[in-house]
Design a protein around this ligand. Structure first.
Ligand SMILES: Cc1ncc(COP(=O)(O)O)c(C=O)c1O
Length: 381
């Protein structure tokens, strides 16, 4: 039988096509023979590139680096010893983080290649047979994904209708599951709200294991547990520099009591933070005035975007303490497509969780970026 489309192919090309197919089938058989069934059934994390589009789907900082900083970073990168492995302890970078956030001597830091890596490491840390991980839902998907990769039981506890923590449900889950690890994103992604501090403290008191407070959006929230990590025996604060303008550097940091950090550090791949990150991050972290002014501009714009979205007919915008706004539309898929055709990429949350039905998550951009979003969504002439 002739395969359609191959009728005019020479015999050598046909033979090589058949060889390619045989090889693909052989590899497929081997893959299925060794790769875990649950991994075979998974889908890889999809991060759209958004080439040429206004990218408002990933909570990035919208501001490019000022010219003078670029020059300084360029010079620092040029003299970095690229032929050598990075400093495995990244001491200078840790010191710069300590100074930036006035961390006391009583805590230690563990660095990750983005906080995504720290989420995987914290999950691996507690991956005893039978261990359980609890998180409110909807929240950051990597808590669930990392638990699945580590073959751990994961229990999602629904948030209340206003996206607040359902403290009774969380307490019941903690009493029932005795979780080794509880995740609390503060503020929460994708809902944008801050959980109540007293509710978090109650959970920390009752949790038998680690409570990891993920402060990816701390810069826009004006609230943090980072200086309180030592007030509790079981709190680890996880943060990232991704949302404050350094997403490309892939740098996350966990802060907690040395007793926890010593164990977590054992799971860290030895050279997980590259030399360029170790060289560049301290230069940017020292620019406190710049970082603060950008965060303030983003917070101001968040409030404007939120108010303008809330004023649109048939739109409900949820209050946010992060650098994005979650909003419910009459038809999220249609609005997502409409924005895409206007060259704007946002995150369509519809279908990811029942509480997020008809919701889009829109990253706060520059004034011009947000004007573009609002012009695309506003009443058209
Ligand atoms: C709550 C939360 N934690 C962690 C991350 C991951 O950040 P990183 O870029 O440091 O891996 C994100 C990214 O969006 C997030 O929303």
């Amino acid at each position: 039988m002739t395969v359609p489309g191959t009728e005019t192919m020479p015999d050598t090309a046909l033979a090589s096509l058949a060889a390619d197919e045989a090889r693909a089938a052989a590899i497929d058989a081997r893959v299925r023979g060794v790769v875990r069934d649950d991994v075979l059934a998974m889908r890889a994390y999809h991060a759209p590139r958004g080439d040429g589009m206004l990218k408002l789907d990933a909570m990035e900082n919208p501001y490019p680096l000022p010219e003078d900083l670029r020059a300084r970073i360029g010079a620092a990168a040029a003299s970095a010893p690229i032929n050598r492995y990075p400093d495995a302890t990244a001491e200078a970078l840790k010191q710069s983080l300590r100074e930036s956030f006035a961390l006391g001597d009583g805590v230690d830091l563990v660095l990750g290649n983005g906080s995504d890596e720290l989420i995987a490491m914290l999950t691996a840390l507690v991956a005893r047979p039978g261990a359980t991980i609890v998180a409110p839902e909807p929240s950051f998907v990597m808590y669930r994904v990392s638990a699945a990769i580590a073959n751990l039981r994961y229990v999602g506890v629904p948030l209340a209708d206003d996206f607040a923590l359902d403290v009774d449900a969380m307490r019941a889950a903690i009493a029932r599951e005795r979780p080794a690890l509880v995740w609390l994103a503060f503020p929460n992604n994708p809902t944008g709200n801050l959980f109540d501090t007293a509710a978090i403290e109650a959970i920390v008191r009752e949790a038998p294991g680690i409570v990891a407070i993920d402060e990816a959006y701390y810069a826009f929230a004006n609230r943090s547990f980072i200086l309180r990590a030592r007030d509790f025996d079981n709190v680890i604060v996880v943060r990232t520099v991704s949302k404050i303008g350094m997403a490309a550097l892939r740098l996350g940091y966990a802060v907690g009591d040395p007793g926890w950090m010593r164990e977590l550090d054992k799971l860290r791949p030895p050279y997980n933070v590259g030399t360029l990150t170790q060289v560049v991050a301290p230069i940017l972290l020292a620019e406190t005035a710049l970082l603060e002014s950008q965060a303030k501009a983003i917070v101001d714009e968040r409030e404007r975007l939120h108010a303008a979205l809330a004023a649109l007919p048939r739109v409900r915008a949820f209050p946010s303490r992060a650098n994005f706004v979650l909003a419910r539309f009459a038809d999220a898929n249609a609005t997502f497509e409409h924005l895409r055709r206007a060259g704007i990429l946002v995150k369509n949350m519809h279908g990811t969780h029942p509480a997020l039905a008809q919701c889009l998550r829109i990253t706060v951009g520059t004034i011009e970026d947000n004007d573009r979003v609002l012009a695309a969504l506003g009443p058209r002439p």
